[in-house]
Write a protein that binds this ligand. Sequence first.
Ligand SMILES: [Ca+2]
Ligand SMILES: [Ca+2]
Length: 85
Amino acid sequence: MEYLMTKTIISCSFFAFAILSTPAFAVEADAAIDTDGDGAYNLAEMQAAFPEVTEVVFVAIDANENGTVDVDEFAVAKGAGLIGS
Ligand SMILES: [Ca+2]
Ligand SMILES: [Ca+2]
């Protein structure tokens, strides 16, 4: 019985942590663009959705230079009019 209680408390704590550690402004990657479902947009995915995105533009959008555009980089690029304008 005590084991079950402890287990329940641990499960609830973990659940709360999972919610709290997710920023309220977190945006899911757009599945229409993120066709491989890895949560970020690579060059091919970006060009499929936005043909105007050249490799030069893509590199400019990829602010942290990890080879993919995440939702934050995407939002910045969109705000700057680099895509979807
Ligand atoms: Ca992807
Ligand atoms: Ca990036």
